[in-house]
Design a protein around this ligand. Sequence first.
Ligand SMILES: [Cu+2]
Length: 354
Amino acid sequence: MLSGAVLLLFDRNLGTSFYLSEIVVKGEILPNEGGSAILFQHLFWFLGHPEVYIILLPAMGMVSEILSVNSRKPIFGYLAMVGSLFAICILAFLVWAHHMFVTGLNPFLGAFFVLLTLLIAVPSAIKVFNWLTTLWKGNIRFTPGMLFSIGFVSLFISGGLTGIFLGNSTLDIHLHDTYFVVAHFHIVMGVASFFGMFAGVYHWFPKMYGRYLNNTMAYIHFWVTLVGAYLIFWPMHYSGLAGMPRRYTDWSNWQSFNQFQDMNRFISTVAMVVFAVQILFVFNFFYSIFKGRKVTSTNPWGANTLEWTTPINPGHGNWPGDIPEVHRWAYDYGKDGREFIPQTEPIGADESKH
Ligand SMILES: [Cu+2]
């Protein structure tokens, strides 16, 4: 995107023609030829598509950790989880033109991007399967961080499935400029990423401030946001399928779209309620820094990773004295009859391999 913007600056100020074939300077048309306005869109989406994964990948990492800690089980299929992350990272750079099926892109080239886009469904489905099997027969604790992690998986499924619709150029040409895209995009990238962030904040807040966030406010925050997100975005799929266009401020002159007015009013009302509970979350955050229930242990969730071995108020360098040694992976939950074994504990001679 930066290089795209630099080329735009060149076009504007230095008389180049990356995007424009007719450049007019002081009333004279320069002899430049061959610029392409669509090139700007290609460069934009070459950033834009990987960028949605850059936002989503940290959420996926946090959710994997939090689901494991609060199921008291190792993450299911660890190697497949890491492999899927890599596959998503690589494929993310090869699918940008699925945003451009309606730009007049050659249909043959479009088919290539359809194939690569649909391939992303494979590592995504592997991750969803492994998150669900991590929960399977787990000793689940519904902490606020855990609820937001499960909510993330739900939203990732809901938004991911409509990605399969839109990844097909034949369907996308019909749906592209409708509310179907608005619904898909906001569920999978907007709300799901926010849920990952909220999960992380609720989970690591006790580590950061030595106090818990208030549970009642957290549960209100979770349920109103989850139910609200579905009430906002679910109906948009229907209006999108019916052809309601996005990016219009006002369509009251089109009789056929007026039938959506009540639904749009409902969506706006729910959106305001959901926004209000985000204010409740911000209030909870600052309230709990000072008034939250104090943690009594450095490791309140019984997690294995290193950060939970620091003192409640760590000084400079995080650990007094020696830096701890790591002896094992982060997922020794429910192993050898013990609830959890921190990474700092050496592997015993008679210990069974995971
Ligand atoms: Cu994309």
